[in-house]
Design a protein around this ligand. Structure first.
Ligand code: ATP
Length: 246
């Protein structure tokens, strides 16, 4: 086991707004950790800081024993920490197979898969995310749920030790959510550490054994998701947003 991610006293300001305010938490290797909080809580900013898209004002981030504070996104991916985005981004007119292949051509992907053959690996990844029958079509004609699976598939192409999943259920129908839940559980069973953001608490309940909650840039609760969801401060932070507990 042991720690894979250590976030210490992380702070990020945008002008007068402190989006992330002195946040500290840790993630164990192999764990699935959920991050919840209402809109604007600072969840995506945390992901952007960890994945190197944004620079922190203070604090530090260690991944797998390495200080990654201030590293560029590609350097962080090459250490084995990959992410997905809330707004799905892909090469819209390339086939799904080619989209995954591009990720497999990352230095870390090539190192792990180069000897096998990129097409074969991309095809295996498409199978694992349930898209292999659509390998030859472009993302531009895919439904939303499939795009989210593709997003995870692209991250897998970089052979990650850990995945950051930003709102993997957002905008999905019930069956699609179930499909993504099963996929995340399987990846976790295969040893990938998962850190995922959600703002609908119920969606995370059966998936994550531990959750942390943010509000206005601060960490306000930590523990079993049922306890976090019933925490008074968490419930107040969601006030007027009853759908979050639906
Ligand atoms: P959501 O669930 O709506 O995505 P979130 O919890 O992910 O919300 P963030 O996107 O991290 O919240 O935003 C936290 C706060 O920081 C918000 O008030 C947001 O408006 C602000 N913010 C985020 N990015 C920027 C930016 N680039 N410039 C200025 N303010 C920003």
């Amino acid at each position: 086991m042991g720690l894979i991610l250590e976030v210490k006293n992380l702070t990020k300001k945008y002008g007068g707004l402190t989006a992330v305010n002195d946040i500290s938490f840790e993630i164990n290797r192999g764990e699935i950790l959920g991050l919840i909080g209402p809109n604007g809580a600072g969840k995506t900013t945390i992901f952007n800081l960890i994945s190197g898209l944004e620079r922190r004002d203070s604090g530090s981030i260690r991944f797998d024993g390495v200080d990654i504070t201030g590293l560029k996104p590609y350097q962080i991916v090459n250490l084995g920490l990959a992410r997905t985005f809330q707004l799905v981004r892909s090469f819209r007119y390339l086939s799904l197979l080619d989209n995954i292949s591009v990720a497999c051509l990352s230095p870390r992907g090539k190192e792990a898969f180069g000897h096998i053959g990129i097409d074969e690996v991309a095809s295996t990844i498409l199978t694992s995310v349930g898209l292999v029958d659509k390998a030859r079509i472009p993302p531009v004609i895919l439904p939303h749920g499939d795009l989210r699976k593709l997003e995870i598939g692209k991250a897998l192409g970089t052979n990650p030790e850990m995945l950051l999943l930003d709102e993997p259920f957002s905008g999905l129908a019930h069956e699609e959510k179930q499909g993504i839940t099963n996929l995340i559980k399987r990846l976790s069973n295969e040893g990938v550490t998962i850190f995922l953001v959600g703002h609908v608490l119920r969606e995370l309940m059966t998936l994550v054994p531990r959750a942390i909650a943010m509000h206005k840039g601060r960490l306000i609760a930590e523990g079993h998701p049922e306890d976090v969801a019933s925490n008074k401060i968490v419930r107040e932070s969601y006030l007027g947003r009853g759908e979050a507990f639906a």
